[in-house]
Design a protein around this ligand. Structure first.
Ligand code: 13P
Length: 256
């Protein structure tokens, strides 16, 4: 029995078109009725966030964004969307520091920490993604990589900020590869993350929810969720299908 309420979030990444998005949202809305014991959210491409917000209004499925600007003030930042704007339209969550943004757009730990702080300043709940590459795992530096990613946010925002945030451990080698971490591999890193936070504040560490992400599917969700420090999932590919996503949500909530 988890002392923390599990949370499952769908990261749709850059997928979908309006018609399919509308169907997915309608399907989630219907399937989520009466599903208790788990918090749920979806993070569509930002242009479809308003559709999700209106389609899921009053539903237990909340809405977030996949990224947020580094810039905290309105201004001449072509193409950017600020935390204040995401909060203004009704987002609850925002993913920060996803490995795809770190790898493809060169986001640094320090920039991720600024995004995290911007999100919280506007009342959004950041989902801080951390995780090592395959090369880093093979070199045995998983813990130091994850520690550095966490420490950048700890030094900018402080330990108290983790009472208003989620952490997602996403080993890069497990993302979109079909190669999921074993429950034990994931648990080890989740426990490491919690211990690192506990060295600052044991209470915060015991409360913060740490999601696993990386090829989480209906077939492996229950065994991952059964681990003591895994409090939910951040779901890519499987979040694009109503049945797969809801099966994972039910597994997280302790149902069949
Ligand atoms: P997949 O579930 O497609 O492996 O993606 C995981 C992920 O990156 C979620 O943010």
């Amino acid at each position: 029995m988890h002392m923390r309420k599990p949370i499952v979030v769908g990261n749709w990444k850059m997928n979908g078109r309006q018609a399919g998005v509308n169907q997915l949202i309608a399907g989630l809305r219907e399937a989520a009725v009466g599903l208790a014991g788990v918090d749920m959210a979806v993070c569509p491409p930002v242009i479809y966030v308003p559709s999700a917000l209106s389609g899921l209004g009053g539903s237990p499925v909340k809405v977030g964004a996949q990224d947020v600007s580094l810039h905290g003030q309105d201004g001449a930042y072509t193409g950017e969307v600020s935390a204040a704007m995401l909060a203004d339209v009704g987002c609850t969550y925002v993913i920060v520091g996803h490995s795809e943004r770190r790898a493809l757009y060169g986001e640094t730990d320090e920039q991720v920490a600024i995004k995290f702080a911007n999100a919280q300043r506007e009342g959004l709940c950041p989902i801080l993604c951390v995780g090592e590459t395959l090369e880093e795992r093979e070199q045995g530096v998983t813990e130091s990589i994850v520690a550095h990613q966490l420490d950048a946010v700890l030094s900018k925002a402080g330990i108290g900020a983790f009472d208003r945030a989620l952490i997602a451990y996403e080993p890069v080698w497990a993302i979109g590869t079909g190669r999921t971490a074993t429950p034990e591999q994931a648990q080890d890193v989740h426990a490491f993350i919690r211990a690192r936070l506990a060295s600052h504040d044991a209470g915060v560490a015991s409360r913060v929810r740490i999601q696993y992400g990386g090829s989480m599917k209906p077939e492996n969700a229950a065994e991952l969720m059964a681990m003591p420090d895994i409090d939910g999932g951040l779901i890519g590919g499987a979040s694009l299908k109503v049945n797969d996503f809801m099966t994972i949500c039910r597994a997280a909530g302790g149902g069949a």
